[in-house]
Design a protein around this ligand. Sequence first.
Ligand SMILES: [Zn+2]
Ligand SMILES: [Zn+2]
Length: 326
Amino acid sequence: MELIILGSAAATPIKERNLSSIALRYRNQIFLFDCGEDFQRKFAEAGLKFNKPMKIFISHFHGDHIIGLPGFLFRLSLNDRTAPMMIFGPRNLFLYLFLHKKILGLKAKYHIKIIEIDHQSQELIEYEGLDSETPKKTIQMNNNIVLDTKYFSIKYALVEHSVITFAYAFIEKSRYGKFNPDRARELCIPEGHLWKKLQEGQIIDFNGTTIDPVKEGIVGAKQPGRKITYSGDLKPSDSLINLGINSDILIHEATFAKALAEIAEEKKHSTSVDAATDAKKMNAKQLILTHISARYQENALMLLEEAKEIFPNTIIAKDLLRITLK
Ligand SMILES: [Zn+2]
Ligand SMILES: [Zn+2]
């Protein structure tokens, strides 16, 4: 599991910082959180592959978080992409892409689903392909989960910003430790469906004996899954704390230094101190400050110092920074 910062600037890109975008590599697929303008260049520079299954999560419709998405999809339409794609975001996400199809001829020959999150009705509105303006289906959401799979789920939270904005958490499910095939053989358990059950930690009945794979040392004990939370743009919001509780990594916007707290409040953004306070409140293990204003081009480390006073395990994002999660 690897996190890669593809863009760490707020509003205006600078030489060292592209607009907001974060990639997560996990189990042979790529997750993207926001698609700032021209993030495709950093995507390529990071060595990420364009034909991987992808899941994209858009936090809100401010240009610095979404303008890179059509460009990226145009690029994919030039490649012979075959891998599936899912894109999640607020209502009107389909319309946004549909207009690019209508006016600029955007195409997607691969399987693409666009899923709008309606926080009011607690529904997911799912479109398939770019052709039909009628949603394929509507799904009632449970507990703010927008995607649930065997290995992980993705949850969203509505946070406070000047437009409808979602924070997202990637929550890996707890899993059993390493499978020990020699131990299974020792107990004379034949390979096949029983092994599969044991690998999943299931207690089995074998020749009249109950076998607990953890107690028997066939699989390692259950390990908690990893959790990564991305704030999007926001002013301090309780909903983010609830979403991100006990995160391994919190990626939090820190548009302003603490001296500009009043402007942050007015513009519904966060300061370095807000980000650190949120990390502390949610009992996160590590904080990454991002969405750094161009005004701190020369002294972004000041934001880091301010945050560290409250939450010591903080780093500041820079483009192409890579973090491996064990
Ligand atoms: Zn922004
Ligand atoms: Zn914004």
